[in-house]
Design a protein around this ligand. Structure first.
Ligand SMILES: [Zn+2]
Length: 334
């Protein structure tokens, strides 16, 4: 993609938008390396991988590159214990200080050439003050600077920021393409993983590496093969929250939502998006249940998902969801 050869070099800011897990981050890193490369490969228009610039980029210490991510993500990447009692909790936002800290870098010339690249991800993690500080820079962009903004929630960004970026929209790859990519990475369970992640191969690979296919499979079993007892269902879910490498509450709620999505989708279109391997069970439940009740609870859960990161009482929250889920999928009386 020859983004940088249009009139007068690369745009000052490129917004890489699209669903999570389709490769935006990998593309952004490759683009950053390409922009800084001293002898890019002309035919493929990619970084050479051999020059000094490419080597220090790969080693993670290129002086003309900045990677701006939330503090909490940085700690996770470094494997620091997040439960260090008295330590202040790392922010999951990108804060104004992080954007202000870029100013010297942005307004001074580059070290190795005049090009500087800043990768901000996820861009929607910038809080309001940070985004406004970025907007100030983008309003009078210094030459030779290219911002790469990666987001899977483009609408959360200020329209004024969006309008100053060239947007590249990423879609989901086709199933065959995604399967082939996962097979190339040595992944044997491509289909169920893709089903669970809504067809996004990079998320699928990440879930597999965390060994979570089994967790999700048990979640699927709990959703489609339960005895109709909400307390038992909530207990089963609770065990997944407590287990090491288990689910976060938001992920658990999202999984319940995916089940409702597939039940309604099966009745409306005959298609399943997340639980294709359980088509028989989904079909049996969907045939007896009331589609509008399923959709109604699906929409309610959208709101519950916002509370899910910090419910006052997690167990009560689970009991409530389990009870309502069972009611939504119960055979209709008509
Ligand atoms: Zn190079």
């Amino acid at each position: 993609m020859r983004l940088w050869e249009s009139a007068g070099g690369p745009p000052h800011a490129i917004l890489l938008a699209g669903p999570a897990g389709v490769g935006k981050s990998l593309f952004a890193a490759a683009a950053a390396q390409r922009l800084l490369c001293e002898s890019p490969r002309q035919a493929a228009d990619c970084a050479c991988g051999d020059c000094h610039s490419c080597r220090i980029f790969a080693a993670g210490n290129h002086p003309d590159f900045r990677h701006v991510i939330p503090e909490a993500d940085a700690e996770e990447a470094e494997g620091e214990a997040s439960d260090a009692g008295d330590k202040k909790k790392a922010s999951s936002q990108i804060l104004i200080g992080q954007i202000r800290a870029l100013e010297d870098f942005v307004y001074m010339g580059g070290h190795r050439s005049s090009t500087r690249v800043i990768l901000i991800e996820p861009a929607e993690a910038m809080n309001f003050a940070a985004e406004n500080a970025l907007l100030k820079i983008l309003e009078e962009p210094p030459s030779g600077v290219c911002f790469l903004l990666v987001t899977s929630r483009v609408k959360k960004l200020l329209p004024t920021v969006r309008s100053r970026c060239r947007t590249l929209t990423f879609g989901r790859p086709g199933l065959e393409e995604a399967k082939r990519w996962l097979a190339d990475q040595g992944e044997k369970n491509a289909l169920p993983l893709l089903a669970l992640t809504g067809g996004t191969p990079i998320l699928a690979l990440a879930e597999s590496q965390k060994g979570r296919l089994k967790t999700f499979d048990d979640m699927a079993a709990s959703l489609f093969e339960n005895e109709g007892d909400f307390l038992a269902l909530a207990s089963r879910w609770e065990s997944h929250l407590k287990k090491e490498g288990g689910l976060k509450m938001e992920e658990l709620v999202a999984t319940v939502q995916k089940a409702l999505f597939d039940l309604a989708s099966f009745n409306l279109t005959g298609q399943l998006r997340f639980f294709a391997s359980r088509e028989k069970q989904v079909a049996a439940i969907a045939a007896r249940a009331d589609t509008s009740g399923i959709l109604g609870y699906y929409n309610e859960l959208l709101k519950a998902r916002m509370l899910a990161s910090h419910p006052l009482n997690p167990r009560l929250f689970l009991d409530d969801i389990a009870a309502r889920y069972l009611r939504a999928i119960a055979p209709s009386r008509s």
